[in-house]
Design a protein around this ligand. Structure first.
Ligand SMILES: Cc1cc2nc3c(=O)[nH]c(=O)nc-3n(C[C@H](O)[C@H](O)[C@H](O)COP(=O)(O)O)c2cc1C
Length: 191
């Protein structure tokens, strides 16, 4: 059997973390995480991203309150188990889409770049793996992308005109071990 190196082990043990301790996350750690992000490959080498770091709980709450009903609308027709569970959570008053995490980092993408979504997604994965390697948990919160439809919030988050919200990611120290959701085996055609 081939021995798995540290990178593969890091990839396989990263989990989406949805419960955090109060332990603060320093600016230095956030900078290190973002630094790992910007080493991702990009189409045409454009590096079409910017980052917004949010620690302000009241701003996070406003985003959460705005996005919850929007996602509910979108999931209304969805008939899959995980969507049904998520709908139940979204309907509860106290549910915070950011799981009370201490930090939210939003990866913004320059809409002029032809591969902006892929570039920012690669950056985001680098960031989540880097966080994991430093003992922090993370979770990509796609629900927060609904802020894109709210000009007032975009202004508050200092999103420039030609940029869009691609990857909102929470970070913090997790307070529990998360079980790995099962993976389907890969569907490979050897041609
Ligand atoms: C594009 C994208 C959007 C996601 N949005 C959410 C979200 O809004 N809320 C959430 O709790 N998890 C979200 N997740 C996390 C997934 O639910 C999670 O990655 C998946 O269940 C697999 O678990 P794992 O990351 O622990 O391997 C998102 C993940 C991705 C890649």
């Amino acid at each position: 059997m081939t021995e798995e190196g540290p990178i593969i082990s890091n990839i396989k043990t990263r989990r989406s973390v949805r419960s955090y301790t109060d332990r603060p996350v320093s600016d230095k750690i956030i900078e290190n995480i973002i630094d790992a992000g910007i080493h991702a490959p990009t189409g045409l080498g454009l590096q079409p991203w910017k980052f917004v770091v949010i620690r302000d709980k009241s701003i996070m709450k406003q985003i959460s309150t705005y996005c919850k009903p929007r996602l509910l609308e979108q999931l209304e027709e969805a008939d899959i188990d995980t969507a049904r569970e998520f709908k139940k959570m979204l309907k509860s008053e106290g549910f915070d889409i950011f799981y009370n995490a201490p930090v939210l980092v939003i990866v913004l993408g320059d809409t002029k770049a032809p591969t902006v979504e892929s570039d920012c997604a690669m950056c985001a994965q680098n960031m989540m793996l880097a966080a994991h390697s430093m003992g922090l948990g993370s979770c990509w919160i796609g629900t927060a992308c609904f802020v894109q439809d709210n000009p007032e919030m975009l202004q508050k988050l200092m999103v420039p005109e030609n940029y869009k919200v691609v990857a909102p990611i929470i970070f913090g120290y997790g307070d529990a071990i998360v079980a790995a959701p099962p993976r389907n085996g890969p569907d490979i055609s050897w041609v």
